[in-house]
Write a protein that binds this ligand. Structure first.
Ligand code: 5GP
Ligand code: ZN
Length: 113
C-alpha cells in the first residue's frame, strides 16, 4: 500500500514536488493544484491513511505546529489561514495518506463548500 501511495512516493523523493520543509517526522510541499495563493500540504513521513487511523495523537500536533510555522514564514500568519484535513468521501479526500492543507493569502468563505 505505502509502496504505491502518492505521498509516500513524494516523501521518498520518487516523485518531484516543491518541498518547502522537511523534519524528522514530516514533509511539507506545495499543492499541485493550489486553491489559494498559499496552498501547502503537510504530511507525516509515516503512511497513515486518514485522521481516523492516527494512533499517536502527537502526530497531529506535529503537523499542526509545522503548518503554523510555515504560515509565519509565508507571511499569512497575521492575515489568517485555514488548516483542513479532508476525511473520507463526503469531505472529498482523494489521497489516502494523511495530510494537513495550509491555505491562505486570500479571504475564505464559511461554511466551506
Ligand atoms: P485531498 O483532496 O485528499 O484532501 O487533497 C489531496 C491534495 O493533493 C489535492 O489538493 C491535490 O491537488 C493534491 N495533489 C494530488 N496529486 C498531487 C501531486 O502529485 N503533487 C502535489 N504536490 N499535490 C498533489
Ligand atoms: Zn502514504
Amino acid at each position: 500500500m505505502a509502496d504505491a501511495c502518492l505521498f509516500c512516493r513524494i516523501v521518498r523523493k520518487e516523485i518531484p514536488a516543491k518541498i518547502v520543509a522537511e523534519t524528522n517526522d514530516c514533509v511539507a510541499f506545495r499543492d499541485i493544484n493550489p486553491q489559494a495563493p498559499v496552498h501547502i500540504l503537510v504530511v507525516p513521513r509515516e503512511h497513515v491513511p486518514s485522521v481516523g487511523d492516527v494512533t499517536d495523537p502527537a502526530l497531529v500536533g506535529t503537523l499542526t505546529r509545522l503548518a503554523a510555522d510555515l504560515a509565519q514564514r509565508e507571511g499569512i500568519a497575521e492575515s489568517g489561514y485555514r488548516l483542513v484535513m479532508n476525511t473520507n468521501a463526503d469531505a472529498g479526500q482523494t489521497v489516502f495518506h494523511l495530510h494537513l492543507h495550509l491555505l491562505g493569502g486570500r479571504e475564505m468563505g464559511w461554511p466551506p463548500g
